[in-house]
Design a protein around this ligand. Structure first.
Ligand code: SAM
Length: 269
């Protein structure tokens, strides 16, 4: 029976407010599960399993999957569909409130996170996952295409920004493949992309003060068209000496700075 039919038979309607665009293309679900399995050094954790489009192929490979799903109404169908396939441990709740460091500690290994993320909270969830430090070893995540491009962007272009710097500092980011709207029910109006983020053995550079680093990155991209000399004035009214200590041309724009240059800039302040 098709997933759409199954949803209807179960009296379930996709909830827009929870970003419920269910994957209905089995081939793509297999591809994502395979990418996650190839990467998995530790427990597989799915965010937002929904009614199991990814969970089924994940369980077939790993036999054990941990998950967090916000919508309690989906859990009975998820349980029925995954019965006999292995062990699925689902916590009902908001992924943004989950302390994945505790999960990694309990399970004894860094987690591999896999998700077809609800688009409305995909960026906060990514930041939340980045904040879990070494507890998250790898992530295979589906985003709206434009967001995936921003995460993976190199310096110098329009798409390079806060998301790119914070993701790439800690993770090696690689775009995997594109997913068209017709792969989902209901079809979103946007294209999607799957990316892989693998935690580096060490960050690209050591950040002395993470809060100040975040402030510098935010200021540099706050007004993208400004030179650093002007953009950094929100932190230092005359940033010439600071930029000179960092050996960075004050006429450059934030979007031209490599991740390691952002770290240098923040560290020499
Ligand atoms: N993994 C399923 C699939 O691929 O068909 C569902 C993906 S759907 C895009 C997003 C899923 O995340 C939904 O099941 C939704 O209920 C759930 N969700 C939304 N917000 C969430 C949150 N903050 N924490 C955990 N799950 C959430």
């Amino acid at each position: 029976m098709s997933l759409i039919h199954l949803l209807k038979m179960s009296g379930l309607r996709p909830k827009k407010g929870l970003g419920q665009n269910f994957l209905v293309d089995d081939g793509i679900a297999e591809q994502i599960a395979e990418a996650a399995w190839a990467q998995a050094q530790g427990p597989l954790v799915e965010i937002g399993p929904g009614i199991g489009s990814l969970t089924l192929p994940l369980l077939r490979r790993a036999q054990q999957v941990w998950a967090v799903e916000q919508d309690a109404a989906l859990l009975p169908l998820l349980r029925t569909r995954t019965e006999g396939l292995g062990q699925l441990v689902v916590e009902q709740g908001d992924a943004l409130l989950v302390d994945f460091r505790q999960w990694a500690e309990r399970l004894g290994r860094p987690l591999t996170i896999v998700a077809n993320l609800p688009y409305h909270v995909s960026t906060p969830i990514l930041f939340h996952l980045l904040a879990q430090g070494a507890a998250v070893g790898a992530m295979i995540l589906m985003f709206q295409k434009e967001v995936a491009e921003r995460i993976a962007a190199p310096p110098g272009g329009k798409t390079y920004g806060i998301l790119s710097v914070h993701s790439q500092l800690w993770m090696a980011v690689e775009p995997l493949f594109a997913v068209p709207p017709k792969a989902f029910y209901p079809s979103p109006k946007v294209d999607s992309s799957v990316i892989r983020l693998v935690r580096r053995a060490a960050p690209l550079a050591q950040v002395d003060d993470p809060d100040f680093f975040r402030l510098v990155v935010r200021a540099a991209f706050g007004q993208r068209r400004k030179t650093l000399l002007n953009a950094l004035k929100v932190i230092d009214p005359s940033p010439e000496a600071w930029l000179s200590r960092a050996d960075i041309d004050p006429q450059r724009r934030g979007e031209t700075l490599a991740v390691v240059e952002f770290v240098r800039l923040a560290n020499v302040r």
